[in-house]
Design a binder for this molecule. Structure first.
Ligand code: PEP
Length: 250
């Protein structure tokens, strides 16, 4: 990062793309982004099986590669899981932690905290995800919920790690639904996330991203908000053209 709060635009491919498809995508993305200085950091999050191919294809470029999830243990009997050391070994730069689709499958706040710690200890960058459900928002519980999730996620983080950790505010009702938060709603929640994180991390240096149905059409309006320092993009990141357009909007 070349200065405080340089935006980050990250594309979460979820369970999409083989290694071959990832290589083709990264070649296209590199061509679209060009060799010039970008005004934001750009990252893609391939599935674990394509991490190494993606990292090779991105080598020597500004494109960073993040895993979608990490386990807190170094190794052992954890079928299907991937450790921080394995992510490093695949040549990736970092990992998402606590995506709502992982939380829905059982990942707890305590696991998120331990996984953030394990990733940071391995030298990985971390994007930790938080966000409320529609029921929580409608019940007026959003701020209380985000306060709990952010506090738990940062429980084992040190102040000097602010440069390698970002928080993505991703309202569950906006993920994969086409229902984007308005810039005002996203701004209000991201400002709250920043204020809660300030107990641990310098709020002026912490990157807070918005995620949830970001597209080339709505990205600029969202990222123009004072507390939104980039985007975590799911569906629209599967297409290199659309993802490059979102990165250019940052
Ligand atoms: C996500 O999965 O993190 C996400 C934001 O998905 P989408 O952009 O498809 O809503």
């Amino acid at each position: 990062m070349s200065g405080p709060r340089r935006p980050l635009v990250a594309g979460n491919w979820k369970m999409n793309k083989t290694g071959v498809e990832a290589r083709e995508y990264v070649a296209r993305l590199r061509a679209l982004l060009g060799d010039g200085e970008l005004s934001c950091d750009v990252a893609v999050c391939p599935p674990a099986t394509a991490l190494e191919a993606t990292a090779r294809a991105a080598s020597g470029s500004a494109v960073r590669v993040l895993a979608q999830a990490v386990h807190e243990a170094e190794k052992g009997a954890h079928t299907g899981e991937v450790s921080a050391g394995m992510i490093v070994g695949a040549g990736a730069d970092g990992t998402l932690v606590g995506h709502s689709e992982r939380r829905a499958a059982g990942e707890t706040d305590d696991q998120v905290a331990a996984r953030v710690r394990a990733a940071l200890d391995a030298g990985l960058q971390v994007v930790v995800c938080v966000g409320e459900s529609l029921e929580q928002r409608e019940a007026g519980e959003t701020e209380r919920w985000l306060t709990g999730q952010v506090g738990a996620a940062l429980a084992q983080v040190r102040a000097d790690e602010v440069g390698v950790l970002s928080i993505a505010y991703e309202p569950i009702w906006a993920i994969g639904t086409g229902r984007t938060a308005t810039p005002e709603i996203a701004q209000e929640a991201c400002a709250h996330v920043r204020s809660v994180a300030a107990a641990t991390l310098d709020p002026a240096a912490l990157r807070v991203l918005y995620g949830g149905s970001v597209t080339p059409d709505n990205a600029a309006g969202l990222m123009a908000q004072p507390d939104i320092d980039g985007a975590l993009v799911g569906g629209a990141s599967l297409d290199a053209e659309a993802f490059a357009a979102i990165a250019r909007a940052a």
